[in-house]
Design a protein around this ligand. Structure first.
Ligand code: CMP
Length: 142
């Protein structure tokens, strides 16, 4: 059954005109973009989205960065979409990411790592609902 995951193209990647190249990676891998929007998070919204990391030392810096400029949020759909997206993104730290992954190609450091992707079905459902109403998501298009 087709699965859905949330993807974010982070502020530095949007600022560097990488939206097209990064979305292309998802499409080449066979994932469908079934919703997409450019948004600018407030600091409060960024803090809410990353609340799971609130006790981590990087929480303040991460949420300031994620609210520093526009981001491209999208819903990707396909067989095993969550895991497939994680493979396309590569490891969190661009220096550790496999060659040809998004983070290896365009990530700057562990914070400015170009993209975010949901890590499990429960977080995907929560993260998708954070940004999109059900009627803003198109059902699988061929
Ligand atoms: P992301 O997939 O958006 O989820 C949490 C983010 O925290 C992560 O990508 C990184 O950009 C950021 N982050 C910053 N420092 C660290 C760190 N030391 N370990 C893990 N994530 C970090």
């Amino acid at each position: 059954m087709a699965e859905r995951t949330l993807s974010i193209i982070k502020p530095d990647a949007v600022a560097r005109n990488l939206i097209g190249e990064i979305l292309r990676c998802f499409e080449v891998a066979g994932l469908k973009i079934v919703a997409a929007r450019l948004v600018r998070l407030s600091l409060e919204q960024a803090r809410a989205f990353y609340a799971v990391h609130k006790d981590r030392p990087f929480y303040g810096s991460l949420t300031e960065y994620m609210s520093s400029g526009p981001i491209l949020v999208s819903v990707l759909e396909g067989e095993g979409a969550i895991q497939k997206n994680r493979e396309i993104m590569g490891a969190t730290d661009p220096a550790q990411a496999a060659p040809a992954t998004i983070r290896r190609r365009w990530g700057t450091d562990v914070e400015k790592n170009a993209v975010h992707g949901s890590d499990a079905p429960e977080t995907a459902a929560w993260e998708i609902a954070f940004f999109f109403k059900p009627d803003e998501i198109q059902s699988a298009h061929k």
